[in-house]
Design a protein around this ligand. Sequence first.
Ligand code: NDP
Length: 291
Amino acid sequence: MTTNDSIQVSVLGLGAMGSALAAALVEAGHATTVWNRSAGRADNLVAQGAQAAATAGEAVRASRLVIACLLDHASVHEVLDPLADELAGRTLINVTTTTPEQSREMAAWAADAGVAYLDGGIMAVPEMIGQPGSSIFYSGSAAVFDQYKPLLDLWGDGTYFGEDPGLASLYDLALLSGMYVMFAGFMHGAAMVAPAGVTAGEFAAMAAPWLTAMTGGLQGFAEVIDGGDYTVEGQQSLEFSDLGDIMTASSDQGISTEVVAMVQGLIRRQIEAGNGKEGFARIIESIKQPR
Ligand code: NDP
């Protein structure tokens, strides 16, 4: 297809994300059929030019390309299991957030049903769909990714990671891990300064440039980890990184130490194993070897 071809496409699931994906397809002139379990969520899209299907089966029959953007893995099976025969010979792109194993299971289900399958992980919030900065990860059928790339690019920059259908989810969840732990670190700092009369907003104004500057250190950690030598000169040692003062200051402020204790635990395991003079990046060895 080229960007000018109109594609018949059906979108299953019109939550915040499914609606944003469908709206981008309608706006680009694709013949878009939409379905949602609960009534009423298609109204805005129909006003913009989408066709509403009364059932998921009707939506599947309307298009060769079916997009699933439902709550979770279980809801995808709940909707699609009864429709396996109707999906046969069609293409399914599932952008519902799932674990890598769930993505692989869904791909195997699709293969059994004779359905071409591409799995997706959306690295954006609904407001970002179609805007700069929106990024979507894909894995599974390369043929499907290549065929529909211009359509997928309507949502954001599409990156294809390979035929293993679990890879998009793996990268998606790995990045989300970094995000959530960073968010928890921000919340911890905000809780620490709150008793001093600092608002979360004031703290956010300080934290955003600080954390942004600190991301400049990620490549340095990566070079040490990929090089496999935690004794390279110039690194901050694990002993120097001991978070005892932060733990004490947090307790003194009357707040939980859970967030900082998690990092401190990773550091202490390496120090106790005799690696205290080595670089902070070595805590990845604690993470790779669960207790
Ligand atoms: P919403 O909670 O807004 O919508 C969930 C959708 O799933 C609704 O359409 C809901 O239908 C439907 N649904 C839930 N359970 C079932 C079921 N058993 N059978 C049929 N339909 C069901 O979620 P989003 O649209 O925000 O998210 C959709 C997917 O996109 C999720 O997997 C999410 O992780 C992912 N995603 C979302 C992001 C975001 O910022 N919103 C960011 C990145 C990924 P009903 O209206 O009937 O309840």
